[in-house]
Design a protein around this ligand. Structure first.
Ligand code: AMP
Ligand code: TRP
Length: 377
């Protein structure tokens, strides 16, 4: 008997048992919550191909397949680094126009500006009180962004807690993001678990939806070992959706390749050429093998011209749409206003539940409960 007990409690069995319990309770909780997709993007700079293929295109696919999608322009996240208010405002409108032009349908999805729903920061405070400084210290984005700063803003440090609040405030079940965000979503999952076990089941455990294949991490055109990024100082490292055709052509021409002239797909040996083929494949839906077959006989210089043409053809209508929408700031404001109203409605329900659980029920309800107790005794 003792032997059996000992083996039940042995480390491995215990770990498996705890995992099963966790999986079981996760499944039980997930089934209670309707599927809801949440993602966010910062209104800083222009949208590049990494943002488009890694995140936005995915949101649109989910929306078009009938899912409930919330897209937040996360300006509270942007101010963790200094911002000029006028430029921030312009960038918010630019991001709204870009998302609409890329296919986010503001009637079907909820497209809104994060700072207009103050419950994000309120929930951030609650979640900040159940996480530890040690848990936040080694998250990659903080490390990366604080590296070059002498005085590191506190906001940059607690940024992932705000991100967790964004997701949990809407009881989101799925979060489509690029690979660089996976650890932040893991924090949101941990905080959902901690909150649920302290205060009772409140939040579903949000699942990360990272795309498979190359679109989860589009590489820089200048250094294919790094991701394409808004913050990279060299604008030639990325293709922005708003790039004029001649600018785009110049960037593609200058993309780093190697000394072999033919087009082959070898991501390990030839990362620069492979990145171009991956991008080509995302634009056309063709496989790398099909692309290489079609490019047989071309050298890298000629292949770059062909790729630039494909990109210009696909991006031009989006670019024109963005420019058209930017001429109608009133309309863009209306789009955001509508989204804010709908987001506020969802958030208010969750926030009421959170405050009841953390601070006790509101006064009317607790007065009623006290009276009932008094009657019984
Ligand atoms: P950000 O530019 O940091 O606001 O990112 C917005 C969204 O784009 C997030 O979901 C990121 O994970 C995604 N993203 C950013 N850069 C890339 C990239 N190079 N490849 C794939 N996804 C990316
Ligand atoms: N941190 C994300 C980024 O830099 C943006 C973001 C903020 C986000 N809140 C979110 C993404 C919630 C997904 C879910 O790209």
């Amino acid at each position: 008997m003792l032997g059996v007990l000992r083996s039940i409690c042995s480390g491995r069995t215990r770990t498996v048992w705890f995992r099963r319990v966790r999986e079981y309770s996760e499944q039980a909780t997930q089934t209670k919550y309707p599927k809801r997709i949440f993602s966010g993007i910062q209104p800083t700079g222009r949208v590049h191909l990494g943002n488009y293929f890694g995140a936005i295109e995915r949101w649109v696919e989910l929306q078009d397949s009938g899912e409930e999608v919330l897209c937040s322009i996360v300006d509270l996240h942007s101010i963790t680094l200094p911002q000029d208010p006028k430029i921030l405002r312009e960038n918010t409108l630019l991001m709204t126009a870009t998302l609409v032009a890329c296919g986010v349908n503001y009637k079907r999805s909820i497209l809104f500006q994060q700072s207009k729903v103050p419950m994000h920061t309120e929930l951030c405070w609650v979640l900040g009180s159940i996480t530890t400084m040690a848990r936040l210290a080694h998250l990659p984005q903080f490390k990366e962004k604080s590296e070059s700063l002498k005085n590191v803003p506190l906001g940059l440090y607690i940024y992932p807690v705000l991100q967790a609040a964004d997701i949990l405030l809407y009881k989101a079940t799925n979060v489509p993001v690029g690979q660089d965000q996976a650890q932040h979503i893991q924090l949101a999952q941990d905080l959902a678990h901690v909150f649920n076990s302290k205060f009772g089941h409140t939040f579903p455990i949000p699942r990360t939806l990272v795309s498979d294949g190359p679109r989860q991490r589009i590489k820089s055109l200048r250094d294919p070992t790094r991701k394409m990024s808004k913050s990279h100082t060299d604008p030639k490292s990325r293709v922005d959706i708003l790039d004029e055709p001649d600018v785009l052509l110049d960037k593609v021409k200058k993309a780093v390749t190697d000394f072999t002239s033919e087009i082959t797909y070898e991501p390990e040996k030839r990362p620069g050429v492979a990145n171009l083929i991956d991008i080509h494949s995302l634009f056309t839906g063709k496989t790398p093998e099909e692309i290489c077959k079609e490019a047989a006989g071309l050298n890298t210089g000629q292949y770059k011209l062909l790729l630039a043409d494909v990109m210009i053809e696909k991006l031009s209508p989006i670019r024109e749409d963005i420019l058209r929408l930017l001429k109608e700031p009133g309309y863009l404001d209306e789009v955001l206003k509508g989204g804010t109203e709908r987001a506020t409605e969802l958030a208010a329900d969750c926030w009421a539940e959170v405050t009841d659980k953390v601070f006790g029920s509101d006064t009317i309800r607790s007065a009623r409960r006290m009276m009932n107790t008094a009657n019984v005794t």
